[in-house]
Design a binder for this molecule. Structure first.
Ligand code: NAP
Length: 246
């Protein structure tokens, strides 16, 4: 039996920003379902610590050095996935940053706004590099980890409680939502399903652990969309409650 046939028994995922927080739990959840999971992360020590912990829990996890802002790093990650698995069944674009604070529009340091390109350009860069491998899967899924703070409908709803004003982070998720829709339009005639998810306000480094949900809870929507069946949605936005308005 060839190497490819051997690995074909397992579904293969790549999760970006999987060394901690929600990304780690997405990887753990897919690993528990028997998937082989690439732990995309830029810091070697934290990446290997995450891989070791996942493997100790029985998951088929492996490290994928990855900085989503760096062309060469993303190209190398795609090559590693090709060598390791030969195809990709789910790409979870989870890596993200807030850009730091303060983020009031009238006084913001524009470099904060530039920094959050991680959340958008990073996703496009990674998705396009992995598309050839996704196209080889019988059931490819792309999940973009967005946020309800990117929902213009929710942001402008009367009385909405949408957290602090944030000219960098919130619009980066609005942009990511729009990017998700454009991919879904172009890929409509393929078997690739691409959706955005909101994990909810989750206790992670991102918000100094002020979130009210656990990282496992935050991971659930992404795991669901990464494993959704062929008649599942594409070009839509979900949280644990159902569909989120754009
Ligand atoms: P987190 O604990 O800070 O994790 C963020 C992850 O992204 C880390 O693994 C980080 O890696 C990685 N990352 C950042 N920049 C990267 C880059 N350039 N290349 C590769 N990896 C990079 O935060 P989290 O809360 O789990 O966030 C995960 C996703 O959920 C983000 O997209 C976030 O916007 C979204 N989200 C979170 C919440 C929430 O309440 N926590 C709510 C809505 C949406 P390093 O360790 O190397 O920095």
């Amino acid at each position: 039996m060839s190497e490819t046939n051997t690995v074909n028994h397992h579904k293969v995922a790549l999760v970006t920003g999987a060394n901690k927080g929600i990304g780690y739990e997405i990887a753990a959840g897919l690993g528990a379902l028997g998937w082989s999971v690439g732990i995309g992360a830029r810091n070697e020590e934290r990446r290997e610590a995450a891989v070791d912990k996942l493997r100790a829990a029985g998951a088929d996890a492996f490290g994928v050095p990855l900085d989503v802002t760096d062309d060469a790093s993303v190209t190398a990650a795609a090559r590693l996935m090709e060598e390791r698995a030969g195809r990709l069944d789910a790409l979870v674009n989870n890596a993200g940053i807030t850009g730091g604070g303060p983020q009031e529009p009238t006084t913001v340091d524009v470099n904060r706004v530039r920094a959050v390109e991680t959340n958008v350009i990073g996703v496009i860069r990674v998705t396009n590099a992995l598309l050839p491998l996704l196209r080889r899967s019988p059931s490819p899924r792309v999940v973009n980890v967005s946020s309800s703070v990117g929902s213009l409908t929710l942001q402008t709803a009367p009385g909405a409680e949408m957290g602090p004003i944030a000219i960098a982070y919130a619009p980066s998720k609005t942009f990511l939502n729009a990017v998700t829709v454009q991919y879904a339009r172009e890929l409509a005639d393929t078997h690739i399903l691409i959706n955005a998810v909101c994990p909810g306000f989750t206790a992670t480094d991102l918000n100094n652990f002020r979130g009210v949900r656990t990282p496992q809870q935050g991971a659930a929507a992404a795991i669901r969309l990464a494993t959704v069946s062929a008649d599942g949605p594409t070009g839509r936005f979900f949280d644990d409650e159902g569909e989120v308005p754009w």
